[in-house]
Design a protein around this ligand. Structure first.
Ligand SMILES: [Fe+2]
Length: 278
C-alpha cells in the first residue's frame, strides 16, 4: 500500500533488495563512519510533514516541562577544578517532552515508526547487532517541544545513538552543532573548553529541515541545539532503541522526563505498583 508520509521513491526502506536502498544504506553508513552523523534529508513527503505538525500541535500542551542546569557530562560539580574547566561549566536546560502514549497507532508518527522496513533500515545503517525498540510505553517514540530561548546545551550523550525526525523549526536559531569525535581516546578537556568558549574550529553546524531524519552517535561528539528564536515552536520526534529487549525507564528518570510513571515502571524496578499509587 502506498504510504504518503515517507518519500519511498527516495528512501525505499521497505525494499532492501533495490539498488536505491543499497545506495542510501551505503551513504548513511559512510556519513556515520566519517562524522558520527547522517541526515536523510527529505525523508518525509510534504504531506507527512503536514500531518506530523498537525498531530504535534494537537498534543503540544501535554508536554511535561523540566528545567535544570547541566554540564557537558551530566555530572556533579567538582569544586577542586578551576572554574573554566568543562566539568564546572553548567548551562541552563529547559525542555518539554510529549510522552509516547499521546500518539495512537493510527496517527502519522506511529504509522511512520511502524512502517515496514523502518526499524530494520536504522539497525542496518547503525550496524547494530543487538537492536530493540525501547519497550517503555511512555518513551518508545516521543516529541520534544521547544520554544523561544530553549535549546539544549553542550553535552555528550549517555546512549550510543539517537534517531530523530525534524517536524517543525522555529523562525531562527536551533542549529544542531557538533564537534565529531572530540572525546575519542581521552576526555581532551582543553578541546572541549574551546568549544564551550566558542573558539574551536572543530564544530560542524547543521540546519535540519522539517522532514529530515537524523542518525547521530553522540557519546564521543560534543553537541548542542542552539537557542531558538521566534514564536513558532520547534518539534522533533525522537525514536528510542536499546540493546536489550523489554527495557523500560527507571521510575526516577521517567518521573523527571514525563512527570508521571506507569505501573510497569514500578514493577520493573522491583516495586509493587500499589505501594505507590494508592
Ligand atoms: Fe544529545
Amino acid at each position: 500500500m502506498h504510504n504518503a508520509l515517507i518519500d519511498l521513491e527516495r528512501y525505499p526502506i521497505d525494499r532492501p533488495d533495490s539498488l536505491r536502498y543499497q545506495q542510501v544504506l551505503r551513504e548513511t553508513r559512510e556519513a556515520l563512519h566519517a562524522r558520527g552523523c547522517a541526515v536523510l534529508s527529505g525523508f518525509l513527503t510534504p504531506q507527512g510533514i503536514a500531518e506530523l505538525v498537525a498531530e504535534a500541535d494537537g498534543v503540544a500542551d501535554k508536554g511535561h516541562r523540566s528545567f535544570g542546569h547541566t554540564n557537558p557530562y551530566f555530572s556533579e560539580d567538582d569544586p577542586t577544578l578551576p572554574p573554566e574547566h568543562p566539568v564546572r561549566r553548567f548551562f541552563p536546560r529547559s525542555n518539554a517532552f510529549v510522552a509516547a502514549d499521546h500518539f495512537p497507532t493510527s496517527g502519522p508518527l506511529r504509522r511512520i515508526h511502524d512502517h515496514s522496513g523502518f526499524d530494520a533500515f536504522i539497525q542496518s545503517a547503525l550496524e547494530q547487532t543487538a537492536f530493540y525498540r525501547y519497550a517503555d510505553p511512555l518513551a518508545d517514540v516521543i516529541v520534544n517541544v521547544a520554544e523561544e530561548g530553549n535549546g539544549f546545551p553542550w553535552h555528550f550523550d549517555t546512549n550510543n545513538f539517537t534517531v530523530t525526525l525534524a517536524i517543525q523549526n522555529s523562525e531562527a536559531g536551533g542549529s544542531f552543532e557538533y564537534a565529531p569525535d572530540i572525546r575519542r581516546g581521552g576526555e581532551h578537556f582543553d578541546e572541549v573548553q574551546r568549544v564551550l568558549d566558542d573558539t574551536s574550529d572543530r564544530v560542524h553546524r547543521l540546519d535540519l529541515q522539517p522532514g529530515d531524519l537524523q542518525l547521530f552517535k553522540g557519546r564521543y561528539s560534543l553537541h548542542r541545539v542552539a537557542p531558538l528564536r521566534g514564536k513558532t515552536r520547534r518539534y522533533v520526534a525522537i525514536f528510542s532503541y536499546v540493546e536489550e529487549p523489554d527495557m523500560v525507564g527507571s521510575p526516577e528518570r521517567t518521573r523527571q522526563l514525563y512527570g508521571r510513571v506507569l505501573p510497569i515502571h514500578l514493577e520493573r524496578a522491583g516495586l509493587r505498583a500499589d505501594n505507590y499509587l494508592d
